[in-house]
Design a protein around this ligand. Sequence first.
Ligand SMILES: [Mn+2]
Length: 329
Amino acid sequence: MRHHTFVTAEQVEAFRAAIEPKPRTLVITHSSPDGDAFGSSFGLAESLRAAGLTVTTACVDPLPTRWQWSPRAEQYVQDFTPSDYELVIWTDCADYERTGFHHRYPQLAQLQSVNIDHHHKSNDHWATLNIVPENASSAAIIVAELLQLSALPVPPQAATALLLGMYTDTGDFQYAATPEIFAMASWLVEKGARLRQINDKSLQRYSFAQLKFWGKILENLTLTDENVAIAGVYTADYQSVGAEREDIGVLKNWLGSIQDADYSVLLSEDEAGNVKASLRTRRDDLDLQALAKDYGGGGHVKASGFSIPHSRLKREVQWKIIPQDPTDN
Ligand SMILES: [Mn+2]
């Protein structure tokens, strides 16, 4: 007996009806695909393929090599002909713009569509069928339950992708360690999910250029008198070592773990001429979301960010003249 934690019986019925005639299906996920974007879309696509549907996966950005651990995982297209498809399914996209395809393919909005997402506060329910529960920590766990309740086949590579999505969107199962998550993870492992397979190939692998870049960030990390750990990243810091700004990766989270600091601020220049800020803390009594809002940003209480357009970073070293300590010399 399966539980309806995220997906209602009516939604399962409607989804089954949508895929029953085996429509030519396009599965799209959001730009700059993270683990959940990839995991939810690839897991769904592989399940539907196993059920006999012809499925194309698409993303406006090329899939990062770290997610290309499985055959077909590399086959995410950036261009397609919308009229080739009868059904489009979006995963992990809060709105149509998030897909990055809205300008290029406005006619996609006319297709029969399914919107599977967990950003319930911002999702604008633009699809024919919207599966946007309020309590899901990832899009992947919604897809997993939908496949489970629809009695669709879940081959091992689909199970692995879905587990990857659940894992990455919960900060390695740290931010949402609920019975529902571990029950679903257990079911996916029964289906053949192997997190180790991805871990060894991508999650815990770092390029030489990335580590050299991190060295530069750590080198200029400072702790202010107000107990804020702050580091600035110039475009030259990553360009000079052959890295990209995105290679900051998990380092921005690690900075929030510094015991001596109340919170961390990582300021980085992007190549388009903006400065982006990532704020992190482990303290329970700080609200970094409110702090980021003051700068037009947002996020969560313990992890937030903002972006200042058309700006550069400038380092200022402050010199102070202070009275001589009489005990000194
Ligand atoms: Mn997500």
